[in-house]
Design a protein around this ligand. Structure first.
Ligand code: GRG
Length: 297
């Protein structure tokens, strides 16, 4: 699916902001081992769709009636985007490790543990999951910064990514206990909590909290659609097309319900998202919804 120019502009801004932020620290002279580790840090955050932060940014812009050109790399919304991408990168680096998914390919490149080493993959994850606190603590309003820290922390642990990953690892060896309900719950924790945080905070930073109730269902459904599509990618596309390892896994909607039912499920959830996003009248958000359904990466 071809990405529109604006998507690439957003992505470019996010990537530049991450680089700029890291460079403030990484340009300081250090010892030889740390020089190599700096490369690992940059490698972990590079590439990827940056979808979570693009969602945050677009909700922020639409609801605050701001133009993309008015955004500066040190605006609070950009700090939030950098933090989101660091947390996401951290979860991917750890998820790929031999003790978890044991993946060798991510974002079209070797996974961090495969290219560098397992100890560096663990440490770069530790670092990224610490750095976001510092970034969020730089947000101008201390009340917002405090609220944001709690929400992000919940997306990571409390019914969030870590809990989802614990269940994921458990069902790996106890597949007979898995059913559609458990799988939905697992994905809700593992995947949609961070997507929820992205949209919710795009709204809050825009100053339009009154819109939160309208979009509650939206982010829940979009997060699930994202994961259902992720499962489908593994059966519908090749490794070259998706830029990641694809294989048949038993923990999938496709495995539990069959490919046709999974496609129908995706289509239904996406239609629900479209009817909610229509309220916003943003072509860009409509595109992001379509993108979740039609992406090949
Ligand atoms: C405490 C943050 C934290 C993690 C430790 C490893 C782990 C616990 C959780 C795993 C969470 C995880 C990897 C969820 C998968 C979500 C998913 C489908 C990721 C792929 O996202 P994309 O397609 O990736 O947006 P790109 O490469 O485009 O950024």
């Amino acid at each position: 699916m071809k990405l529109p120019i604006w998507y690439n502009e957003y992505k470019h801004l996010i990537e530049n902001s991450i680089d700029k932020y890291l460079d403030t620290y990484l340009s300081l002279p250090t010892s030889a081992p740390l020089e190599q580790f700096k490369e690992v840090i940059k490698y972990s955050c590079r590439w990827g769709k940056k979808l979570r932060s693009i969602l945050a940014l677009e909700f922020y812009l639409t609801l605050s009636w701001r133009d993309f050109s008015s955004i500066k790399t040190d605006d609070d919304i950009m700090k939030f985007c950098i933090a989101l991408e660091m947390i996401h990168a951290f979860s991917l680096v750890h998820d790929d490790m031999p003790c978890m998914d044991n993946d060798e390919l991510r974002r079209g490149e070797l996974t961090v543990w495969k290219k560098y080493s397992q100890y560096e993959a663990i440490l770069v994850g530790d670092m990224l999951n610490t750095l976001w606190f510092e970034i969020i603590s730089d947000i101008k309003s201390s009340y917002v910064s405090q609220e944001l820290s709690k929400l992000i922390s919940h997306a990571i642990w409390f019914y969030g990514m870590v809990w989802g990953q614990v269940e994921d690892m458990y069902f790996e060896n106890n597949i007979s206990q898995l059913n559609e309900d458990f799988l939905t719950q697992l994905h809700n924790k593992k995947t949609w909590k961070l997507i929820e945080a992205s949209i919710l905070w795009g709204i809050i930073l825009s100053g339009e909290r009154a819109n939160i109730d309208i979009f509650k269902d939206f982010w829940k459904k979009l997060g699930l659609a994202f994961q259902v599509k992720d499962d489908l990618l593994d059966v519908e596309w090749t490794q070259e097309e998706t830029w990641k390892s694809v294989w048949w896994e038993e923990k999938w909607f496709v495995y539990l319900t069959g490919i046709d039912k999974t496609r129908t499920l995706l289509h239904t959830i996406i239609s629900d998202c479209r009817s909610i996003s229509r309220h916003l009248g943003s072509e860009k958000i409509d595109f992001l919804v379509d993108f979740v359904e039609r992406r090949s990466k």
